[in-house]
Design a protein around this ligand. Structure first.
Ligand code: DAH
Length: 440
């Protein structure tokens, strides 16, 4: 049986073997605690942090000066002179900090167990660096950058990984004569700088009926803050995308109206790079309720959030997001502090794909649950997971799914035998965890 399975590209288990294993295997009991950064946290019915995720806490890739993420972080920190740089805040937060305090509605999909990692009902892993806005404003910071690891349950492919890094930035102005003078002066300085630069900006009005001024704000002040925000970020983008290579092409930036629960007006920014528009950040004028909650009176602020992997993948030409986690010297030795260089691929081992199909059990299984089991079983060897078939039996209404898993190591060649073994381990973990029936 095992030998036969090893040779088949698709994992086929018979119903007979399934019912046998069903009797032998009971669902694994939940451990009473989960250990994160050396601390034990009690688990409960919502706990969904896996051990492969727990291992990522404390890796702090963004704090390594010769790592692409650390290099991008340092570049941005240098650009925003005079801003306080924060980079050591624990990812364990309350759902209130991550969602409620930022105005996320109770039914926002980001809160779902299928999308976020929960330690228990009262604690989760932050899904974005905005989770620290209130605390940072409350601490009295008025110009700050906060970079950190963030966690989201997601699909598996070359640009999605359940842990990635973001940087949040904000600047607070006093809403009085002196503050507005500072805003006006700095706006003029930035505008003059950009006037001389090789940059082409497609802009939209700061404010529109679908992207409104907050009722608490004076429209003129809000427009001034939004203008300063746009200039600040255009100047950052020029620094990141303008300085490398001998190109005489202008840096092209496009501003787009957006929606975030914690800003209004809100924007997204895209950069034209190697023939494509790439979305790189979200930003806006901070909701006054956030500043109120943080006890910052008579002030107005802008904020932005950007993904460090996304920027680093473009700027260093890193083709796969898993590479950031590599401890292979052939990866790490390519980078040095303060330098944006082009990554030279050192391996191109062939991928090994295997399909698995199963009938879903009554309790169901989210695609992200499946992806987490794959990662927890085989780690970064899972290059991608793609749902290739979803079948609903016309008579019985039973539903089945087929996933294609691409196994490919970044560092070595994988034999067929090894891929088969990994695939069988995935199948038995899926069966054990979700009680699904593997299809033949
Ligand atoms: N937190 C947002 C995200 O993860 C990004 C973002 C948008 C941050 C707007 C901000 C902001 O500070 O103002 O998608």
């Amino acid at each position: 049986m095992t030998a036969l399975l090893c040779r088949l590209p698709t994992l086929h288990l018979t119903h007979a073997s399934f019912s046998l294993s069903r009797r032998l295997l009971s669902r694994p009991a939940r451990p009473p605690t989960v250990s994160l950064l050396g601390e034990e946290y009690p688990t409960d019915d919502v706990t969904n942090v896996t051990s492969s995720i727990a291992e990522k806490l404390g890796r702090d890739l963004h704090r390594q000066p010769a790592h692409p993420l650390g290099i991008i972080r340092a570049l941005i920190e240098t650009h925003f002179a005079g801003f306080t740089a924060i980079s050591d805040v624990s990812p364990v937060v309350t759902p209130a900090l991550n969602f409620d305090d930022l105005g996320f509605p109770a039914d926002h999909p980001g809160r779902a167990l299928s999308d976020s990692y929960y330690i228990n009902r009262g604690l989760m892993l932050r899904t974005h660096t905005s989770a620290h806005e209130v605390e940072t404003f409350r601490a009295g910071e008025r110009k700050w950058l906060l970079s950190a690891d963030v966690y989201r349950r997601d699909e598996i492919d070359a640009s999605h990984y359940p842990v990635f890094h973001q940087m949040e930035g904000a600047r607070v102005f006093s809403n009085d004569k002196a503050g507005l003078q500072e805003l006006t002066n700095d706006t003029a300085r930035l505008a003059a700088e950009l006037e001389r630069a090789n940059i082409e900006i497609e802009d939209i009005p700061h404010i529109s009926s679908t992207n409104p001024v907050q009722p608490e704000h004076d429209p003129q002040t809000s427009a001034l803050v939004a203008h300063h925000l746009k200039l600040s970020l255009n100047s950052l983008i020029l620094k990141l995308f303008g300085g490398h290579g001998a190109s005489t092409e202008p840096v092209r930036v496009r501003w787009i109206e957006a929606y975030f629960p914690f800003t209004s007006p809100s924007y997204e920014v895209e950069v034209f790079y190697r023939g494509k528009w790439l979305e790189i950040l979200g930003c806006g004028v901070v909701k006054q309720s956030t500043l109120d909650r943080a006890n910052v009176p008579n002030s107005i602020s802008w904020a932005f959030g950007l993904g460090l992997e996304r920027l680093a993948m473009f700027l260093f030409s890193i083709p796969d997001i898993r590479l950031f986690w590599s401890q292979d010297e052939r990866f790490l030795s390519q980078f040095s502090p303060g330098r944006v260089t082009t990554f030279k691929p050192y391996s191109k081992y062939p991928p090994n794909s295997r399909d698995i199909s199963f009938w879903l059990s009554a309790s169901g299984m989210h695609d992200n649950d499946f992806c987490d089991v794959v990662r927890d079983t085989v780690g970064d060897i899972a290059e991608s997971v793609e749902m290739i078939d979803h079948f609903i039996h016309p008579k019985t209404g039973r539903s089945s799914k087929c996933f294609r898993i691409n196994y490919r190591s970044m560092d070595k060649s994988l034999t067929d035998e090894e891929a088969n073994t990994l695939h069988q381990q995935v199948a038995s973990r899926v069966r054990e965890k979700f009680g699904v029936e593997i299809r033949d």
